[in-house]
Design a protein around this ligand. Structure first.
Ligand code: DAH
Length: 338
């Protein structure tokens, strides 16, 4: 004859299996395993059993409790997966998915990276300086005193304390020489600002790569060699480079750099891409004054410098007609360079 505990187990298992929802399953759990449930009641009853009966019934009680609790777990799991598949069933797998957009570098950033890579091969290190500058670093130290006409040509945005948004990256020439004795070979990519009437070729914020090389016996020949190499690496072997005499207060002689390449659209035209020249001795003297030494003795050291227009170079390389496109964040434009 089956022990009443076995009968209890069979009843419990049947009831659990036929529980139709979470509520009736919980009711079954309380009924059998709850504090005053029937399985628990058997635990209480153990005390009243004869000593020789205790181990036998105790073992059986354990088995029954384990079986009931396993059956409860199993049924609960079944309810959970039923619920899951019901909600999955509502997903319309014929709908188009949500694609993850893959980002890409902005054309100007791409231009910067290409340019920096070329200069690195020529041994240039990276230098940096602030966008908000004082007048001394932007003008005076670059041999452009207050009454100089170049100062009016480069109108910019002034802060109430007299500082300004730098009109060119040439400020980094000064900052680098202030902190580092010669020889020096640096480039400095960055933004520059001018109070411009904005149109397809003029922006209030634009981008440059400044270059400075100071060593013994640096000449115009070194400058031309470096920039010709750079332009050919960037625009292709057939690129022609022309240097035209110009004026900058901080270089003597000063040269504007033009390129022309059949590989480019409108390839017959000369396009101005940079200002450059041999560092003016007055710039070294200003730096020495600030340093309080003679580290940049113009009798011993000479150098060349250049400022490349990054926006211009990118417009040429990628055939972009309007400078404003760089800042408008229009994905139809940006995707073309992804
Ligand atoms: N700073 C000049 C500008 O923005 C460009 C320039 C000219 C930079 C000659 C130089 C240089 O370093 O030597 O118009």
């Amino acid at each position: 004859m089956a022990h009443p505990l076995e009968q209890l187990r069979d009843d419990a298992l049947r009831e659990i299996e036929s529980a139709g929802d979470v509520q009736s399953l919980e009711a079954a759990r309380v009924k059998y395993l709850g504090r005053s449930g029937s399985v628990s009641a058997w635990g209480e009853q153990m005390k009243t059993l004869a000593t020789e009966e205790k181990p036998v019934v105790g073992k059986l009680l354990n088995e029954v409790r384990n079986a009931v609790s396993a059956a409860l777990d199993l049924r609960a799991q079944q309810f959970r997966s039923q619920k899951e598949s019901a909600s999955l069933g509502q997903i319309d797998i014929s709908l188009p998915g949500t694609p993850h957009e893959i980002g890409a570098l902005h054309p100007l950033t791409q231009m910067w990276e290409r340019s920096i890579e070329i200069f690195r091969r020529m041994g240039f290190a990276l230098a940096d300086g602030p966008d908000i500058e004082d007048e001394w670093h932007c003008f005076d130290a670059l041999n452009t005193p207050p009454e100089h006409p170049a100062r009016t040509e480069q109108d910019t945005f002034y802060l109430p304390d007299g500082r300004l948004l730098r009109t060119h990256t040439s400020t980094v020439q000064i900052r680098t020489m202030e902190s580092t004795p010669p020889p020096i070979r640096v480039i400095s990519p960055g933004a520059a600002y001018r109070n411009e009437e904005i149109d397809a070729t003029h922006a209030a914020q634009f981008h440059q790569i400044e270059g400075l090389y100071v060593d013994e016996n640096v000449s115009v020949a070194d400058l031309k060699g470096a920039l010709e190499f750079f332009m050919r690496e960037l625009f292709g072997a057939g690129t022609e480079v022309e240097f035209r005499p110009h004026f900058f207060p901080f270089t003597e002689p000063s040269l504007e750099v033009y390129v022309r390449s059949k590989a480019l659209k409108g390839g017959e035209q000369w396009i101005e891409v940079a200002g450059s020249g041999v560092v003016h001795p007055a710039v070294f003297e200003q730096v020495n004054k600030a340093r309080g030494d003679k580290a940049y003795d113009p009798e011993k050291w000479s150098g060349y410098a250049f400022g490349l227009g990054m926006d211009r170079l990118a417009m040429i390389l990628f055939d972009i007609p309007d400078l404003r496109l760089f800042a408008q964040n229009d994905l139809r434009f940006l995707r073309q360079f992804a």
